[in-house]
Structure formats: C-alpha cells, structure tokens
Design a protein around this ligand. Sequence first.
Ligand code: SF4
Ligand code: FES
Length: 249
Amino acid sequence: MRLTLHIWRQKNAQAQGSMVKYEIGDVNPDMSFLEMLDVLNWDLIGKGEEPVAFDHDCREGICGSCSMMINGVAHGPQPATATCQLHMRHFKDGDTIYIEPWRSRAFPVIKDLVVDRSALDRIIQAGGYISVSTGSAPEANAVLVPKRNADLAMDAAACIGCGACVAACPNGSAALFTSAKISHLALLPQGQPEHETRVLRMVAAMDKQGFGNCTMHRECEAVCPKEISTGFIARMNREYLRASFRVGK
Ligand code: SF4
Ligand code: FES
C-alpha cells in the first residue's frame, strides 16, 4: 500500500506546530498503525531527519499509551480498538491519513504526537486506591461479591487510561475515565471504607486539573477502546450527590 500522511510536527511544548506531509510506500496491510509509523520513522532516520515522536508501550491494547487522533477520530476508525491494535488493512491503497495528538486543554502537547496526560494520574492520586490492613491476605472466599457487581466492576476496571474520552469530548471532560476509576472500586466490598471520600476527592481533582464538565454528548463512549459505558458517569454522579449530602455540602 502507498499512503499520504499528514502528521502534526511540533518540536517541543513551546514551539508552534504544523501539519507535515509524508509519502510512504511498502505498507503491509497486516502491519499495525504503529508499525506503519515505525516504517516512516526508519525512513526519516535514514534520511537524517527527526523521527515522529509518539507514545507507545505494550502494543497490545492494555497500557493506554498509544494516543493519537487518526482522521479526526481518537484511536482511528475501528470501534473498540486502541491505535496499537488498529491494522492497516482498514485503510485503502492511496489513502490520505491525518494524524494529530490529543487536543485538549488538560493535555498539553510535549512533542509531535506526545501529550502530557499526567492530569489523569493526579485524579487517581486523589483517591483511586483502597486501604488494606497489613498481615496475611484474607481468605478470598470469605468476601462475597454479587455476580452483577463483579461483572460491572470488571467492565469499569477495563479502562486503560488512554484519555481518548477526553480528546473526543467537546467539553474536554474526563468524566468517563474518572467514573470508571471510581466505580470499579465502589462496586466491590474492598472499596467501601473510602467510597465517600474517594468520589468527593476524585471529582474535585478532576475539576482542578482543568477538565470540562460532562454534558452527555457521549462522544467518549463512542471512541473508548474498552467500551466503557457512560452508565458509569451516572453512577459517579449518584455517588457524588449521596456523599455530598452526607458531609453536608
Ligand atoms: S474511559 Fe475509555 S477512553 Fe477514557 S481513558 Fe478509559 S479506556 Fe481510555
Ligand atoms: S501501546 Fe499500549 S495500549 Fe496501545
């Protein structure tokens, strides 16, 4: 396959970026999107040019690093697919592809396609944990978890923290991410001791990090590579209201 790529190039956080056009040949349809970018980078390095910087790690859909807009869609055209698991067979010979970093106030561009997503980490730091007593682990079968809750908690825990939900949201909201992180703990007995302080602190951290408010456009759900449901946002809002009343806010 031959492709024309338009890629956002930006030297550093302060520099002004622009789209740069590249022609690339010898793209195998079985390559992943990141492998296609590797081929481009080998070519650029061979010509003594600066390779395109992009985030990646696991390349198997579990770390959430491979964040980029492909033709204006977070993670590209395939539903429920992270960029690293998107294959070139979903494009046609001769296609033109536009590749950009996440665009959101809370995710400043560091270089080319790499953005700073540490704002998501700061939401987790505010409350995305449980307290555990020291000593030997309790007998697992002694803590009963209803099947429905176990399944829902597992669905929420599938969030890989990629930030596509934020990038796709017209408000730049991190509500889907935050609600997934709150819900997977709040649904389990182990998450109960802090469930009120957790939702209050994580929502406050989300607001402080500069994310927008959720007004239910549901773009987040449409691009999420792990199909996290906006139902978790409703759950988070319920938890937040209940906790706010309890502490008299
Ligand atoms: S909710 Fe989905 S889109 Fe948002 S960070 Fe988690 S996995 Fe990525
Ligand atoms: S590189 Fe880890 S999810 Fe894509």
